[in-house]
Design a protein around this ligand. Structure first.
Ligand code: AMP
Length: 113
């Protein structure tokens, strides 16, 4: 686990506002929301980003996306939502444990970068 803050959240050592958990992923509300609904979906297994996830033989990346869509439905985001995953310095990733942001609950910024 080391010093990974999201591993500590997933282990329950740091409190979080959980919205979903299954055998593979853990989802919780972002502490500094950038939209009315802002949820993070992270694999329970530590991996640094989606590029690392994409090297796996299994379909964890697909599972994460399916969970994101299900959560968006459960949150009532019928008018749309945005999924974002940041990688590395240029992508402005600030936590080095893969996570996908679910953003919605209102019309989002036109700007993406
Ligand atoms: P990123 O910049 O893509 O790595 O996103 C990291 C996200 O984690 C940011 O949106 C932070 O607000 C969020 N975050 C950091 N610490 C916590 C925490 N303890 N609980 C919930 N969200 C967090």
């Amino acid at each position: 686990m080391g010093d990974c803050i999201f591993c500590k959240i997933i282990a329950g050592d740091i409190p979080s506002n959980k919205v979903h958990e299954d055998e593979l992923v853990y989802a919780f509300r972002d502490i500094n929301p950038q939209a009315p609904v802002h949820i993070l979906v992270a694999p329970k297994e530590h991996m640094k980003d989606m590029a690392e996830c994409a090297t796996r033989a299994d379909d964890l990346a697909g599972h994460i996306m399916k969970v994101c869509v299900k959560i968006a439905e459960n949150e009532g985001l019928v008018n749309g939502f945005r999924l974002v995953t940041n990688k590395g310095e240029d992508g402005r990733q600030s936590v080095g444990h893969l996570h996908v942001h679910i953003l919605g609950g209102g019309q989002l910024s036109e700007k993406m970068g």
